[in-house]
Design a protein around this ligand. Structure first.
Ligand SMILES: Nc1ncnc2c1ncn2[C@@H]1O[C@H](COP(=O)(O)OP(=O)(O)OP(=O)(O)O)[C@@H](O)[C@H]1O
Length: 513
């Protein structure tokens, strides 16, 4: 079977329409998302803003109507794609841990197959030892994290052997992983630790460069961690405090499109350029070819035109590996609309959430009670919704960029909603386990987490998070895809409900007939 990384599928869009019984009295004509190219664009446009904006979201708000980029010129074709993890030749202990995390019989997803074909090739010397620039683009929940972690961990372990007998002289850190939120950084750190448990690499989340410095006073210049995970800003600060990055062999940008948006682009670029310079200054690049021997991997579920043209300009030789379903919603996801109809939006929203909770019950593959994520657009709104829910007897917690729980170093405030695995919490970070919530509801007892797009990026929520309710219009089609993609991950069932004004709902219903 051939797998093509260029995509007609870029515009495959949202490919299923489902009717649901969400029980708010509008069952008969619930509008659903359609399949044709035109309707797909329209659906994304409906969900992603529906009108042009004059604020900084302008570009994103309108990108749903733009032609999504195709990579016809850059495609890579494989005739022998990786079909089983068991056939992958990686260092001892790594695949054992992968199987331990996702099950022994699980097959690689298409993006994992593509990544292993190209990135593992480097590690095994099949394609030379040259560093590469690689973009991994695939739908939400398709396993992009392992797609870059497996080759990265394998390469780091192999280069240790290659460096023997001067093993001890290996310069650390050897890999930097960047992500846009603390929550995602923590989860990534847990995933790195889980996969390196047997083959042994040391990893740390740098949530504060200052704190890292305090904890590593004596050895700051001789960093002990193989892998550092953090925001571009904190990693830059760490470098300024004296940690040398000249031994870095891998730089991974998770949620790369977000790391190159206006908020992060300067610090992301600064870090990448600084690592490149450190390679040259440390004589670790190949002087003759100018090759830096540095692997730069960018991972994302969405590539809008702005990001695509940024890559064309700044990373012209990047190898774009694209799953055939990029820019589509996960297969097992059901999507429906619900109206604000009573004049009391909070009551309407709570009615929808209650119906979803009572309808979904226990998740099919876990004993955990099914949970719901509610997305709104502002911190204040998130707190208000959680407060209202609690007052009315629907236990809910909120988590926003302003939540007190965020300043601590554990993901515990949202832990009951995340997928299981290693939780990292440093000694200095005492958390009482509660997020911000109005009535001291413990996250474990809440079935609903109200949040903003802060938690829409990259976080791997558990299969027991079966419902996502988009209570306020997403800022863009890109944002919609990320919000919706917090459920229905890795083939699990998920249901996305988009709340719309009654008029819009009626309009959509008429067209859905
Ligand atoms: N081959 C596989 N088969 C089944 N499940 C897998 C496989 N690989 C990874 N998973 C699981 O799928 C889930 C989603 O993976 P991951 O978080 O890497 O998705 P993602 O593509 O990065 O999503 P997002 O774009 O939202 O960040 C995780 O729980 C992971 O353990």
């Amino acid at each position: 079977m051939n797998i093509y990384t260029n995509l007609r599928g870029w515009c495959g869009g949202i490919s299923r329409g489902y009717k649901t019984n969400s029980g708010f009295g509008f069952k008969s004509n619930e509008p659903t998302v359609r399949t044709s190219k035109h309707q797909t664009k329209e659906a994304l446009f409906n969900m992603g803003g529906g009108r042009r904006r004059s604020n900084k979201n302008n570009e994103e708000a309108t990108d749903a109507t733009q032609k999504l980029p195709s990579f016809n010129k850059n495609y890579v074709q494989f005739t022998d794609a990786v079909k089983h993890f068991s056939t992958v030749d990686v260092v001892d202990g790594l695949m054992e841990r992968v199987r331990g995390e996702i099950g022994g019989k699980t097959l690689p997803t298409s993006i994992q197959s593509l990544a292993m074909m190209t990135l593992l090739g480097d590690a095994h010397g099949k394609q030379g030892k040259q560093g590469k620039q690689t973009l991994l683009a695939a739908e939400t929940g398709s396993g992009k994290t392992y797609a870059f972690l497996i080759p990265m961990i394998d390469a780091l372990k192999r280069s240790e052997v290659g460096a023997a007998p001067a093993h001890k002289a290996i310069r650390k850190p050897r890999a930097l992983i960047m992500a846009p939120t603390r929550e995602l950084c923590r989860q990534l750190t847990g995933q790195v630790k889980a996969l390196t448990h047997i083959c042994k690499l040391k990893s740390t989340y740098v949530w504060s460069a200052g704190e890292y410095q305090d904890e590593n006073k004596d050895k700051l210049e001789k960093c002990n961690d193989d892998v550092l995970i953090g925001s571009p800003e904190q990693l830059n600060k760490l470098h300024e405090k004296g940690v040398s990055f000249d031994g870095v062999e891998w730089v991974v940008l998770d949620e790369a499109d977000a790391l190159f948006d206006d908020d992060f682009v300067d610090s992301t670029e600064k870090l990448v350029r600084m690592v490149e310079k450190a390679r040259v200054d440390g004589n670790l690049s190949d002087n003759r070819s100018g090759n830096l021997n540095l692997n730069l991997v960018m991972s994302t579920a969405t590539v809008n035109e702005k990001f695509s043209s940024y890559l064309h300009t700044h990373y012209p030789r990047i190898n774009r590996l694209v799953s055939p379903k990029t820019h589509t919603l996960p297969r097992a996801l059901k999507l429906s609309y619900a109206p604000y109809h009573s004049g009391n939006k909070l009551a309407d929203l709570r009615g929808v959430v209650n119906d979803l909770i009572s309808g979904s019950g226990k998740s099919s593959n876990s004993s955990k009670q099914a949970k719901t994520l509610v997305f709104v657009n502002t911190n204040e709104r998130a707190e208000k919704v959680a407060k209202y829910f609690n007052e009315k007897g629907t236990p809910a917690v909120s988590m926003t960029s302003a939540s007190q729980g965020r300043s601590r170093v554990s993901n515990r405030p949202i832990r009951p909603f995340l997928r299981g695995g290693v939780d990292i919490s440093s000694s200095s970070g005492g958390s009482n386990g509660s997020g911000d919530n109005s009535n001291n509801i413990s996250p474990a007892s809440a079935n609903t987490l109200v949040t903003t797009s802060l938690l829409a990026r990259g976080l791997d929520f558990g299969t027991h998070v079966q419902n996502v309710v988009i209570a306020e219009e997403s800022g863009s089609a890109v944002d919609f895809i990320h919000r919706a993609g917090r459920t229905g991950r890795a083939g699990a069932q998920g249901h996305v409900t988009v709340m719309v004004p009654l008029k819009k709902y009626q309009h959509l219903s008429r067209r859905g007939r």
